[in-house]
Design a protein around this ligand. Structure first.
Ligand code: GDP
Length: 196
């Protein structure tokens, strides 16, 4: 998939005000700091389109990027923030889940997992929840740079084992590095294929 044009169409606090479901979309979710902004910037070949940050801002928004006037890339709020009040976390998670439940044009949700650490319970819980609600998802292992290859491979295997306990068919799994652009072109080709 070649990127010809990208525009940030809107940033919304709720699914209710998001763009109409007239075009196919793919969405990106994951724990805070998983490398979501870096991945979106690498896919869209822009340096600062999605903001790379370590701390949560006061508001969490749902960002719609329209790509090639054809497909939305949706940057959803991160989950699992460590330094955020419980009530705020619940509010953000509700916003995220409400969104995922109300987008009939969603082709797949890419759930990002940090390849440098073992699969976390919250990631597995999100997968289970999406499965229960028939929300299609794929997995992306992030930060799988060449220098972290051995550890990334080990966590990939651990993830496969955990998934095999829950799923009869496995979701697609991609390994990428936003820093080295490893796996980025393959992921773009996959997005092109599924959003045709
Ligand atoms: P977000 O909070 O999920 O949007 O994550 P960010 O994109 O802000 O990245 C969080 C941290 O992970 C930053 O310090 C990034 O530099 C780092 N990071 C992101 N992508 C990669 C990658 O491909 N390789 C490595 N080694 N670090 C990465």
């Amino acid at each position: 998939m070649k990127i010809h044009s990208v525009s940030l169409v809107s940033s919304n606090p709720s699914y209710k005000t998001c763009p109409q479901e007239t075009k196919p979309e793919v969405a990106f979710i994951g724990r805070s700091n998983v490398g979501k902004s870096s991945l979106i910037n690498a896919l869209l070949q822009r340096k600062q389109l999605a903001r790379v940050s370590k701390m949560p801002g006061k508001t969490q928004l749902i960002h719609h990027f329209l790509v090639n006037n054809q497909v939305y890339f949706v940057d959803l709020p991160g989950y699992g923030w460590a330094q955020v009040a419980h009530a705020t976390k619940l509010k953000w998670e509700k916003m995220l889940r409400d969104y995922l439940l109300h987008r009939p044009n969603m082709v797949t949700v890419f759930l990002l997992i940090d390849a440098k650490i073992p699969p976390q319970a919250i990631d597995l819980a999100y997968m289970r929840w999406m499965g229960e609600h028939h929300i299609p998802f794929s997995i992306i292992l992030t930060k799988a740079d060449k220098k972290h290859k051995t550890v990334a491979q080990k966590h990939h295997t651990a993830l496969m084992h955990s998934l095999q306990q829950d799923w009869a068919t496995m979701p697609p799994i991609f390994m990428i590095s936003a820093h080295n652009r490893l796996g980025i072109e393959q992921l773009l080709d996959y997005i092109k294929l599924i959003t045709k």
